[in-house]
Design a protein around this ligand. Structure first.
Ligand code: AMP
Length: 553
């Protein structure tokens, strides 16, 4: 296994194989099974482009072979930052077929984060679009190149810059079929090898990397597909970033491919982009997130489109409140599925045939009978059912360690390999109910922001003496970031100045605090630690008082 990763202990690996959770197939092999079964079925749709399974397979193979010829080596890491398009799964699967490991960045990440991903993973290549919404990724790549010695090449989906590789041209290169087959057979990865690295939505100063093996990630999406009733007639509408675990594999694109369904790519998230696609492509399931649900529910456009094909709407990343779950079912005439899970592994879902109170209130139950759940108190003792406690998880698709992070691993995993989710949950009749969380992060409608990471960026601001970033309540996103700042004597700072300072540091925009509160001193515990919960309560009270003064609507 790739050095720096923690393998599953041999006895567990044996058990997961014996129970059939791990099939011994690589992710490309799971797709090849589908290609053989349904070569002429449509696999992928974007706009007027419709790609059959046979064509999908051909494109992936041609590109994988081109990567081999370009010199990408087995187990090379590459930073993957492509926006939604039909090309994204093709490039992704071609990398896996060449045994190259993509590190899944998001389009919103900027130079500071990407540089860390390249350095921490030792990436040899970087995959980008050309320009998206006015931001030129090619320029960002050019500035990173001299700063990152491991980085040898930049691949561009679109018009490449100086010295960068054109992915479209690469995919069109002629190849001798025999040589291609031989080269790709030689690249077949072991199924217990790392296939992909996801990014942790965790709490540390810099995001950690989550190595997922072929065996475990294939099970992640096939088990999810099974509990969501996916089959060959499933039409999955991909709306959220396809490079994120939820849309990629929960069951997402890969889950749809595993059963021969159809993936439709949405390139926007607004009702204007999504509703016509549901009607035109007869989507059966759309997965979405808290902030979008509210917008979709309130859109008058819903009256104008036919949603009769839509069987399920699935929410993930943050909890959707019961009232909105009910409104989803009424407004769109579909069954609501709540998905509670993590890139580190464990996935829980409500089942389509769960009774209404469970669908509306719970976070579901684990997708695999192999998932082991513990709910524990502060001393790691199991609490009785119905009592809140911290959620620990271990199982056939939950990692045993982050990549090259021995210190973080000591904190994040128990000695016997349970992952500490950091969520406070209750378990009733096998279903989980999310009550809160222990970890210090802001869940901005599913996007996770590490308080410590943002505090470090803010501390670099000359006007700032000390800072504490906490979650504040927000009607649309659930939470947003609020920065409590103690100023250096004689300095001033407002939110706009702070925002401009942070944008100049080249970080993802979603991490910017959306409120600044200047404060004389922090509330401190007897042990000298900042009492974050007091600051959270303080800003929650301020927000509530403001809402009362300015009635909504
Ligand atoms: P990530 O690994 O970035 O997907 O974040 C995982 C975390 O997101 C979980 O540990 C939860 O804190 C939160 N989360 C994800 N889905 C839900 C949900 N349906 N309800 C509540 N919290 C959620």
């Amino acid at each position: 296994m790739l050095s720096g990763c923690t393998p599953y202990p041999e006895d567990y690996a044996r058990m997961y194989r014996a129970k059939g959770f791990w099939q011994g197939l690589t992710i490309p092999e799971v797709l090849e099974r589908t290609i053989r079964a349904f070569p002429d079925k449509i696999a992928l749709v974007e706009g007027d482009t419709r790609i059959t399974y046979a064509e999908l397979g051909r494109r992936i193979d041609r590109l994988a072979y081109a990567f081999v010829r370009q010199g990408l080596a087995p187990l090379d890491r590459v930073v993957f930052q492509l926006p939604n398009s039909a090309g994204l799964p093709i490039v992704f699967l071609a990398l896996l077929k060449a045994a190259v490991i993509p590190v899944m960045a998001l389009p919103a990440h900027r130079a500071t984060e990407i540089r860390h991903f390249i350095e921490h993973s030792g990436a040899t290549a970087y995959f980008i679009p050309d320009v998206v919404r006015g931001f030129d990724y090619r320029e960002m790549a050019s500035t990173l190149m001299p700063a990152c010695p491991s980085l040898k090449s930049v691949y561009v989906m679109g018009e490449p810059g100086q010295g960068q590789v054109d992915l479209r041209r690469l995919g069109e290169l002629e190849a001798d079929p025999h040589e291609l087959a031989t080269a790709l057979a030689a690249r077949r990865a072991a199924s217990d090898e790392v296939a992909v690295m996801l990014l942790s939505g965790g709490t540390t100063a810099i995001p950690k990397m989550i190595p997922r093996t072929h065996d475990d990630y294939a099970y992640n999406f096939t088990a999810s597909a099974e509990v969501c009733g996916f089959h060959r007639d499933t039409v999955y509408l991909a709306v959220l970033p396809m490079a994120h675990n939820f849309t990629l594999a929960c069951p997402g694109i890969l889950g749809t491919f595993s059963v021969g369904g159809e993936v439709v790519v949405a390139t926007g998230t607004a009702p204007e982009a999504v509703f016509p696609l549901i009607e035109r492509e007869k989507a059966t399931l759309v997965s979405t997130a808290v902030p979008l649900v509210t917008v979709w529910l309130n859109s008058p456009l819903a009256e104008q489109y036919d949603f009769s094909s839509l069987k399920y709407l699935m929410n993930g990343g943050a909890k959707l409140v019961p009232e909105l779950r009910k409104r989803v079912e009424e407004r769109f005439g579909c069954i609501f599925i709540e998905s509670f899970g993590t890139g580190e592994g464990l996935l829980c879902k409500t089942r389509p045939d769960d009774p209404e109170p469970i669908r509306l209130h719970s976070a579901g139950q684990p997708v695999s009978p192999g998932d082991e759940i513990r709910i524990v108190d502060a001393e790691d003792r199991d609490v009785p059912d119905g009592e809140p406690g911290e959620l620990l998880a271990r199982g056939p698709y939950t990692i045993r360690g982050y990549y090259n992070a021995p210190e973080a691993n000591k904190q994040a995993f128990t000695a016997d390999g349970f992952y500490r989710m950091g969520d406070i949950v209750r378990r009733v009749d096998g279903y989980l109910y999310v009550e809160g969380r222990k970890k210090d992060l802001i869940n901005r409608g599913g996007e996770k922001i590490s308080c410590e990471e943002v505090e470090n960026y803010i501390l670099a601001c000359p006007a700032v003496q000390a800072v504490c970033v906490v979650a504040m309540p927000d009607d649309t996103y659930g939470e947003k970031g609020c920065a409590f700042v103690i100023l250096e004597p004689g300095h001033s700072l407002d939110l706009e100045e702070l925002t401009n300072f942070l944008i100049a540091r080249s970080i993802a925009k979603f991490k910017l605090p959306e409120r600044l509160e200047l404060i004389e001193q922090f509330p401190i515990s007897p042990a000298g630690k900042i009492l974050r919960r007091e600051l959270r309560a303080k800003i929650a009270a301020i927000v509530a008082a403001e809402k009362e003064r300015i009635p909504a609507g």
